[in-house]
Design a protein around this ligand. Structure first.
Ligand SMILES: [Zn+2]
Length: 340
């Protein structure tokens, strides 16, 4: 089958690899309907994370079940399924408490690779959710978004305690930040401040529910959020970048007693204990427990209450994955969908 393989920083090739097979009775193999390139795929692509030889890429996926192992009970061949970017057993104490992305048996799908024609999904029962039927083709981008960016933005908004009567601020205008805007809106936030300096992304943020745009960054961005919130800061701040500057901006933008949901994968962030102490904010984040939210998100998408698929501003066939990476690396695309 065909799959996107990273050979070295900047060098993605679509080539023939071995067909996936059931290796454990809890596995399923799916035939991809669509996959995509994630902001976090850019870390190894840019050489920020090491590339240890040729690596199959991708961790977002929707598709049709081809085969299941003998122990799989919740999905069957022919069903259309959505899964999280972390495979989880769904039965351990951490999964049952709502944190499947830290499952004691977790498998990061990035280690399997889903930018391919077919993929093996470990822990199929705990990981995959079947849709009510075969989706209309126009729903596929939204269902694919649920696999990571929507679920991650949603967790950010939940962790930030976004809700009625509260102001939410979102640091980061990548796909996850934009999805966090949508989530804050769905959760009922009264005012949503999107922090972005890129006009096309500002427009998308407004479509997803942003009421205010702040273009300033760092301390100036914090000052602007305070200015918009009577000098107090936002109740809920979603951090969707993962850098030193964005984490400081997020914590600084939250009011005392407020909540920061941080879902940008952190790289080299070091926080001052003193700053944390006096910020008096709740901090919660990490790899999003997307599987917890999938049934509800699929329902919202199926009923066409939300249209997160709009976050994909480019569609290419899998064979052009190299261009998809380049477009995202150069910020010519927010998020690129790959058709399989
Ligand atoms: Zn588990």
């Amino acid at each position: 089958m065909r799959a996107a393989v990273l050979h070295a920083p900047g060098d993605v090739r679509v080539e023939d690899v071995a067909e996936p097979a059931i290796t454990a009775p809890t596995d399923a193999v799916i035939r991809l309907a669509a996959t995509c390139v994630c902001g976090s795929d850019l870390w190894p692509y840019r050489g920020v994370e090491p590339v240890a030889g040729p690596t199959q890429m991708g961790h977002e996926y929707v598709g049709v079940v081809d085969e299941v192992g003998s122990a799989v009970a919740s999905v069957e061949p022919g069903q259309f399924v959505v899964g999280s970017f972390v495979a989880s057993d769904g039965t351990c104490e951490i999964c049952r408490s709502g944190y499947p992305s830290s499952c004691v048996d977790r498998v990061f799908m990035a280690q399997v690779g889903t930018q391919s024609e077919r993929a093996r999904i470990p822990h199929a029962d705990g990981t995959l959710v079947a849709t009510p039927g075969t989706p209309d083709p126009d729903l596929i981008p939204s269902l694919l978004a649920a696999s990571d960016v929507l679920g991650t933005g949603w967790f950010g908004a939940v962790a930030a305690d976004a809700g009625p009567g509260r102001t939410a601020a979102v640091v980061g205008d990548g796909a996850v930040g934009l999805m966090a805007v949508l989530a804050a809106r769905q959760l009922g936030a009264e005012r949503i401040i999107a922090m972005s300096r890129h006009e096309p992304r500002q427009r998308l943020a407004r479509e997803f529910g942003a009421t205010d745009i702040v273009t300033e960054r760092g301390d100036d961005g914090v000052a602007k959020v305070k200015e918009l919130t009577g000098g107090l800061g936002a109740h809920s701040v979603i951090e969707a970048v993962g850098t030193q500057e964005s984490m400081r901006q997020a914590i600084g933008s939250a009011r005392p007693g407020g909540h920061v949901g941080f879902v940008g994968v952190n790289h080299d962030v070091a926080l001052s204990g003193e700053e944390l102490f006096f910020s008096q904010v709740h901090l919660h984040g990490g790899p999003a427990p997307v599987r917890r939210f999938l049934p509800g998100l699929i329902d919202l998408i199926w009923r066409r209450e939300i249209d997160p698929g709009k976050v994909f501003d480019r569609t290419l066939p899998l064979d052009q994955a190299a261009e998809a990476y380049q477009a995202m690396d150069e910020r010519r695309a927010v998020k690129t969908l790959l058709t399989v």
